[in-house]
Unconditional design. Sequence first.
Length: 414
Amino acid sequence: MKIAKYSMGIGDRFAHQGRAQLQAFIKAREAGVEIAPVWNKSFREHAIIQTDHTSVRNEADAAIKALDWQGPYYVDADHIGLKTVDSFIEVSDFFTLDVADYIGQKPMDLELDAFVDRNSKYIGKLEIPGIDEPISVSKNDIETAGTKFLFAVKEAGKIYKHIEENKGKEYFITEVSMDESEDPQTPAELFFILAAIAQEGIPAQTIAPKFTGRFNKGVDYVGDLEQFSREFEQDLAVIRFAISEFGLPETLKLSVHSGSDKFSIYEPIKRAIKKFDAGLHIKTAGTTWLEELIGLALAGGDGLILAKEIYGRALERYDELAKPYAAVIDIDPDELPSTDTVQSWDGNIFAQALRHDQTCELYNPNFRQLLHVGYKVAAEMRERFSNALEKHQNIIAKNVTENIYDRHIKRLFL
Ligand SMILES: [Zn+2]
């Protein structure tokens, strides 16, 4: 199974917006760019919302059928490991093997020695087409890269083989992800990670490194844009080189786990993939659930009451909700509006405070981040929440489609 050149991972926590999301991809196609939708949901999200792993597959298939989508699409078991993969094997055809927790665990001496030996031909000045300066590589660099990443890649190899045995080689896409780690990986490190991946026999088609900068959930990128652009281009050059050097799949491409809505890096990414004629996988728009809230607020009446109630409860449970996401949110509690303030808002004000439009004066990234991690509150409302989604589906769908098409696809691909 080969992945399409451009693909976009989209989240949909409550599995109601499959069609509205797909509509954005149809608009993209009409505008001349083919992007494969990938519905992803992690084990963590499933656990918090208590959804069945088959629900994402059912949602995707239903949307594809309803809108008669003829292009490729995938269902991603996002951030899985050996312990969590099994219930995804049947329903997923894209697997994000998350081995970030294994980075830095020391491999066996014999394995490390073999890795250093195998790659000793790169000692000296490593010239990678597309990167201006040759990268200088010492034996010590290879050893350091092996010590840092070899154990993790071997873990990815175990997960890959487990899926392959149970699903069959041709029936899925493999991604290796290391994005949820402390430190970003340099282009030189990426080169040796890919060497190890090839040597482990993992036919990775997407690789998700951790990039420089902060990727907080649901809000824009914070970091050095120039450094990001430079490293992103170098990563593309490394991947192109690694495909021919190590015999990795032709379709291998970068996967950007954006944590949603990193609008300020879209322009550099767009420029870079054009320059290298490279593919791209980007996971974004996990904020679809915020568009549901925006739609509910704009609907007014019981929709607005519900949206306000969700915020009020989320505010009360701030510590509990923020905790699992502590590393990827930056909320200033002093900037969170009080429940009373929010009670006084009309639907438009609520929508503008929440919607990710940085040119809007009312936009409040603290309000947005708290609601983004507050989906548990809505999940606990069960039928009350899903009934409201159904009742106000038209206005919600409009916001979901517009968000993905106008704020993401247009900026990245058109
Ligand atoms: Zn990720």
